[in-house]
Ligand binder design. Sequence first.
Ligand SMILES: Cc1cc2nc3c(=O)[nH]c(=O)nc-3n(C[C@H](O)[C@H](O)[C@H](O)COP(=O)(O)O)c2cc1C
Length: 266
Amino acid sequence: MAENKETVTRTVTVALAVCLVCAVVVSSAAVLLRPVQNKNEKLNRQTNILSAAGLYEPGMSGDDVRARFSNIDRRFVRLDTGEYVDMPDSYDYISAKQNPEMSTDLPSKKDPAGIKRKPKVAQVYLARDDQGELDTIILPVHGYGLWSTLYGFLAVESDANTVAGLGFYEHGETPGLGGKVDSKAWKSQWPGKKLYDEDGDLAIQVIKGSVPDNAPDKEHKVDGLSGATLTTRGVNSLVRYWSSDNGYRPYLERVRDPDARTAAAN
Ligand SMILES: Cc1cc2nc3c(=O)[nH]c(=O)nc-3n(C[C@H](O)[C@H](O)[C@H](O)COP(=O)(O)O)c2cc1C
C-alpha cells in the first residue's frame, strides 16, 4: 500500500516536473522567437505593399524588399479632411475599428464595402523615385466579398488618379472563383485605370463580364471575375468606397493640390 502511495506521488511529481520544464521551454521559445516573428511580419507587410504597387519583382530577397522599402514613407491621414496627422508608430487602421474613440459606426446604407466601422485615421505609404519625388501612393483598403473580408492595397500614381495596382494579401474567397482576385491576369488590368473622370466624379468600376474594346469609358472599367459575380461586386464596392469622400478622396484631392503635393513629398 505504502509502495503504491509512493509511486503515485512520484508519478505526479515527475508529471509536474515535465509540465514545468515544457512550460519554461515553450515560454522561452515564444519570448526568444518574438523578435524574429516581428521581423518576418514586417517583411511580409512590406512585400504585400510593394506587390500591390507593382514594385515587387519575383525573386526579390528580404534585403531587396527592405532596400526598396527605404524609399517608402509611412504617414497617417485623417480621412475626413485628408490632412496628415501624427500617430504612434504602432497605429493600424484595422485595429482602430475596435476603439470607439478612433472609429465611427457605419449604418448599412453608408457601408457598401461591409466594413461596419470607419476608422478616423488611416496609414498611407508614399513611394519615391530615385530623385526623391513622390511616385506612388499606396492606400490600405478592405471590404466584404462573398465569404470573407478582403484586405489589400490600392496603389495610385502621383497624379492621385491613375491606378498603379491593386492587390489583396488576405481573403477567404474560393480558389479558382473569387480567389482569382490574386491572379496575375486579373490584376494586370488595373494599372493605368483612372479612379475619377474629367469632372472629378468617381468613375472606377469593376463590371460583370468583359469591358468591350470600344467602350468609351474603358479607362475607368475593369472586367469582373467569371463565375464569381459576388466577389466581383465586393471588390467593386470596396474600391469605390475607399476612393469616395468616405475613404481617401479628401486626401487624394489634397495630393493633387500643388501645395499639398509639396507637403506630401516632404
Ligand atoms: C463551392 C462554391 C464556391 C463559390 N465561391 C464563390 C466565390 O468565391 N465568389 C463568388 O463570387 N462566387 C462564388 N460561388 C458562386 C456563387 O455562389 C454565385 O453562383 C456566383 O457568384 C454567380 O456568379 P456568375 O453570375 O458569374 O455565375 C461559389 C459557388 C460554390 C458552389
